[in-house]
Design a protein around this ligand. Structure first.
Ligand SMILES: Nc1nc2c(ncn2[C@@H]2O[C@H](COP(=O)(O)OP(=O)(O)O)[C@@H](O)[C@H]2O)c(=O)[nH]1
Ligand SMILES: [Mg+2]
Length: 271
């Protein structure tokens, strides 16, 4: 008879239940695996950001596109560059810019800062802060900012902010880029939904909302009425070329709109 041997018949089938705080091995493994994966992803994402920043640093001329979600920014960029930048993300969710590279020209699609009631105010503010920070840290190479607005809903949005005694993000960002020496161009999109006869009054109203009183043409504000949907973007292409020409970079014309399109410097917007 051995030591372990049952001394008594009653003890033979005793079941021992071990109660432990530790999760089963399988779950522990899974948790560890997830944690490692998250770490790797974080590292990869940091590396990707570094690579992106290095790549972006090679650019010497940047044009940023800024606007609320749903104003037609992606459609406009597609019409202008042929590049598909549509992210398909929910408005206001993406915080990171998207880039288009053409030699040393960098075209940046900034995240949209919310529209209507779809996005909370905090989220819109977060996006705004990100945009401001991005522009601040890259202001040496950012030469032009295209601020895209929806020509139809712009007045309503501005009025709503006015009622609350707040400055609409569109207008705040316009002043901001101008103050740090970046040329702002306002692309007034969705003009296919505006009657020809209403166009001039609409542009006057927009200039006024941006704080320009008096005759619009003498004010210096650059407004480009376009329809991204119908690829009618000539006023924007002209305004861009006009500014790029002043910066002596006509070599970049070929990357914007229809390269066949003849272009002559327009000095009407100069003071
Ligand atoms: N009527 C009209 N709709 C447009 C125009 N440009 C864009 N849209 C529509 O507006 C919506 C938002 O466009 P999108 O380019 O995704 O806007 P984003 O969020 O600013 O990038 C889509 O349904 C487009 O088809 C335009 O010039 N006219
Ligand atoms: Mg978009």
């Amino acid at each position: 008879m051995t030591d372990e041997g049952p001394a008594d018949e009653k003890n033979q089938w005793q079941v021992v239940i071990v109660i432990s705080d530790a999760p089963p091995k399988k779950i522990r493994h899974e948790a560890k695996r997830k944690k490692n994966l998250a770490k790797i992803r974080q590292r990869e994402s940091a590396k990707a950001m570094d690579r992106l920043e290095k790549k972006n640093a090679e650019a010497s001329f940047e044009i940023v596109f800024i606007g609320r979600s749903n104003v037609g920014k992606s459609t406009l960029l597609k019409a202008l560059t042929g590049e598909n930048v549509r992210t398909g993300k929910r408005p206001g969710v993406t915080l990171k810019p998207t880039y288009i590279y053409r030699d040393d020209l960098l075209i940046t699609d900034m995240p949209g800062f919310g529209f209507m009631s779809g996005v909370t105010k905090d989220k819109a503010e977060d996006v705004k802060t990100n945009i401001v920070q991005y522009i601040e840290s890259n202001k040496d190479r950012i030469r032009i900012a295209v601020l895209v607005i929806d020509g139809l809903s712009f007045e309503e949005i501005v009025d709503r902010w006015d009622e609350r005694n707040e400055i609409p993000i569109d207008i705040e960002l316009y002043s901001f880029v101008r103050e740090i020496g970046i040329i702002p161009i306002i692309a007034v999109n969705k003009m296919d939904r505006v009657d020809e006869k209403d166009l001039e009054p609409l542009l006057d109203m927009i200039a006024e909302k941006y704080g320009y009183a008096g005759p619009r043409k003498e004010s210096g504000i650059i407004l480009a009425p376009v329809s991204a949907r119908d690829k009618k973007i000539r006023p924007l292409v002209s305004a861009l070329k006009n500014e790029i020409h002043k910066m002596k970079r006509d070599d970049l014309f070929k990357y914007l709109g229809n390269p066949e399109q003849k272009w002559k410097p327009d000095h009407s917007s100069e003071k």
